[in-house]
Design a protein around this ligand. Structure first.
Ligand SMILES: Cc1cc2nc3c(=O)[nH]c(=O)nc-3n(C[C@H](O)[C@H](O)[C@H](O)COP(=O)(O)OP(=O)(O)OC[C@H]3O[C@@H](n4cnc5c(N)ncnc54)[C@H](O)[C@@H]3O)c2cc1C
Length: 396
């Protein structure tokens, strides 16, 4: 199919679950290549890995891994729709990346088709192979601009028998960031998710849930630890030794833990119910994070007093999701101001969602002309006709 499009001079947009948040899978006068029917999942018990078709969902891979007593390290709220091909193309990170790494860290091999007709795959599933350039890791994060991923071999990890979740309340953001930095040093800690009182209140209002604390702390941290046994006691000990914790809600059983997770996982959907948000997904050096939030809040209030910023994110890696409602969809002034503050603080304009079409304009804030020139050379080596995803990631 690819060679027909190449011969006809028609662009191709590979598409997985279409959950991407930067418009990379949205066609503009192009043929959409829907990969969802390539949905096989085969766990290799002996190798401790899984071979999945590009269209298999992350959730399906997680279920298959668990059935074999293992687990897949990437987890995200879009798990039941986002595909393995899409998560490789965007190098998705997600909720456990602070401990288990992003998609690139899980990759053993990728099978991918180039527009030249070549198929790239080292097959075999070797986990040690240092024989030159690592093309699978180049394709990972390339947002469908280099090759079409058709399958991948991914590492699986031992599944810890026990896990425990708690929600911690803090008086302010510096205290929560300091606690996250302390907890991040503990090998058992796998999840560190930041929330603020207004976001949690919105989730409660939109989903008829009771607030987690009567005291309504302004900043909250969702923490999960895993262990072979007695994760609850381990979490209790860790929390006791972390300074600055004002409130604790422990997930005493599975239903309770699900409720604590819901405060975090329902953020995106709840914000979507009150307006079409401008979605910014940024990363800051951890020491700069609290100062950045104060600065960005003040700047937005000055620039667009009617706008509302909802902030949450994977704080262990300095990743903040900043959703701004109350803006005209075409009004990019607030986005521009926020991303300039991010760059000035030494951060990234895209922590995990990629560049796509939506963030392209700001790429020069964080990437040099020299870097982008090398990317263009790589692009033309993989896709000499420029058929795949023109206008995504690289400016036309
Ligand atoms: C509720 C929600 C929560 C989310 N949470 C996270 C999170 O925690 N972390 C995170 O990183 N992201 C998150 N995302 C964003 C999104 O789920 C990820 O970017 C995901 O990796 C996209 O997968 P997909 O299959 O939907 O890809 P699509 O949206 O279909 O495509 C994304 C990009 O990949 C390309 N592509 C897709 N399939 C292929 C293929 N087989 N070969 C080559 N290129 C391909 C497309 O052309 C496009 O550029 C979230 C999204 C939602 C809606």
């Amino acid at each position: 199919m690819l060679h027909i499009c190449v011969d006809a001079g028609v662009s191709v947009v590979p598409q997985g679950g279409n959950t991407g948040l930067v418009g990379g899978a949205v066609p503009r006068g192009a043929v959409v290549l829907d990969l969802r029917r390539l949905d096989t999942v085969e766990v290799d018990d002996v190798a401790g890995s899984v071979v999945a078709g590009a269209g298999a969902t992350v959730g399906a891979v997680q279920v298959a891994a668990r059935a074999a007593g293992l687990r897949y390290g990437v987890d995200l709220a879009s798990r039941d729709t986002a595909t393995i091909g899409g998560t490789i193309a965007t190098n998705a990170a997600g909720l456990r990346a602070v401990r288990l790494g992003d998609t690139r860290a899980q990759l053993i091999d990728v099978e991918a088709v180039l527009t030249t007709g070549a198929v790239i795959s080292r097959r075999g599933g070797l986990t040690r192979d240092n024989s030159g350039y690592d093309l699978p890791r180049w394709i990972c994060g390339s947002e469908g601009t280099l090759a079409v991923v058709t399958a991948a071999r991914l590492r699986l990890l031992p599944d810890p028998a026990d896990r425990a979740t708690a929600l911690l309340g803090f008086a302010d953001l510096p205290a929560a960031v300091a606690a996250a930095a302390t907890l991040r040093r503990e090998p058992a800690v796998e999840v560190l998710e930041l929330m603020f009182a207004p976001g949690v209140a919105l989730v409660c209002e939109q989903h008829g849930m009771s607030p987690p604390f009567a005291s309504n702390p302004p900043v909250l941290l969702l923490v999960e630890v895993t262990a072979a046994a007695d994760a609850g006691s381990l979490l209790g000990e860790l929390v006791e030794n972390v300074p600055g914790v004002a409130d604790v809600a422990a997930g005493v059983d599975a239903a309770d833990a699900r409720r604590l997770w819901a405060y975090r996982e329902l953020h995106t959907e709840s914000i979507g119910r009150v307006g079409i948000p401008h979605k910014l997904d940024v990363a800051l050096p951890l020491p700069a994070l609290a100062g950045f939030v104060a600065e960005v809040t003040a700047e937005l209030a000055r620039l667009r007093p009617d706008a509302r910023a909802w902030i949450f994110g994977h704080v262990g890696e300095g990743n903040l999701h900043l959703n701004v409602t109350g803006l005209d969809p075409a009004d990019e002034d607030a986005d521009d101001a926020v991303l300039r503050l991010v760059a000035a603080a030494g951060g990234s304009i895209s922590a995990e969602h990629g560049i796509g079409r939506a963030k392209q304009r700001w790429l020069p804030l964080v990437r040099s002309a020299e870097e982008i020139a090398v990317w263009r050379a790589v692009k033309s080596a993989f896709d000499p006709t420029g058929t795949l995803n023109p206008g995504v990631l690289l400016p036309n």
